[in-house]
Design a protein around this ligand. Structure first.
Ligand SMILES: [Zn+2]
Length: 219
């Protein structure tokens, strides 16, 4: 039995893939293999072809896979989990984008690699941006806000300012990165991990020890 998760309607439409955005206490069969990276808050992308040895530990923050029948996953507690596939189910991808990954455009790098590797039309790519800290709770300091504004020219959806407090919308900035790459089929799962206690939150719990997993596989 699989329990305690949420899913994307867009990704669920594909019979060729399975995916879960796990919540706290995500219950998942031990027998299912999941491949994780040692996450680095980087923009390093790991590509898993059919010859890839799954016992090999790699560091990075995005996984692309064309290998069938096993899950790839990423761990987050406030950072943004993003899952991708395409209408032909030629690949799946899982991306971890905190502020660093967002700033260094890990998503951008992942999509460029997918388009090149699979000769894929961005219009056929399907994306789901999963539960992460919302703009309601993601306060950042002025210098980080300035850094982001210089790099992305923030639009009204991307941030909020209340008095001297600045709040960033990491989901929205990543959605823009998808749009800029020609991707239009995007699901946004809006639960804020800090407001919604069914998720782990680094900001709320003050601990990086526990995180939820987001996983996807090609059947
Ligand atoms: Zn919130």
């Amino acid at each position: 039995m699989i329990k305690n998760y949420t899913t994307s309607n867009l990704l669920s439409d594909s019979k060729e893939i399975k995916h879960y955005f796990g919540k706290k206490n995500f219950l998942f069969p031990d027998s299912e293999k999941i491949y994780f990276l040692n996450q680095l808050h980087s923009n390093k992308v790991i590509f898993i072809s059919s010859e890839f040895d799954l016992n090999r530990q790699e560091g990075g923050d995005a996984i692309i896979s064309s290998k069938r029948n096993f899950f790839i996953g990423i761990k987050t507690a406030d950072c943004v989990p993003i899952l991708l596939s395409d209408r032909n189910s030629s690949f799946v991808a899982a991306i971890h984008a905190g502020w660093r990954g967002t700033f260094y455009k890990v998503l951008d790098k992942t999509i460029k690699k997918i388009v090149k590797e699979f000769n894929c039309n961005p219009k056929d790519i399907i994306a789901a941006i999963g539960p992460s800290i919302g703009m309601c709770c993601y306060e950042i300091n002025l210098s980080l806000w300035e850094k982001f504004n210089q790099r992305f020219t923030l639009a009204p959806d991307d941030f909020n300012q209340i008095g001297k407090k600045y709040y960033l919308n990491l989901q929205s900035i990543n959605k823009n990165l998808l749009n800029n790459n020609g991707i239009e089929s995007i699901d946004l799962i809006l639960n804020c991990t800090k407001c919604d206690e069914s998720f782990y939150s680094y900001r709320r719990d003050g601990s990086t020890e526990q995180s939820q997993i987001s996983i996807i596989k090609l059947n």
